[in-house]
Ligand binder design. Structure first.
Ligand SMILES: [Zn+2]
Length: 50
């Protein structure tokens, strides 16, 4: 994830998401050679939450 406004990158360690992606790849008989998950948007402070 990366904030479009300030460029901050909140660190998210989501094992459930990681497993889901790996399982999906395995089901498709796809050999994963590196992984890049990119979600762009606004962080909490830039979206007015702070
Ligand atoms: Zn921001």
């Amino acid at each position: 994830m990366m904030c479009k406004r300030c460029g901050s990158v909140p660190v998210v360690h989501d094992e459930a998401l990681q497993r889901t992606l790996e399982d999906a790849a395995r089901t498709a008989h796809f050999v994963v050679d590196g992984q890049e998950t990119e979600i762009k948007g606004l962080c909490e402070s830039c979206s007015g939450g702070g």
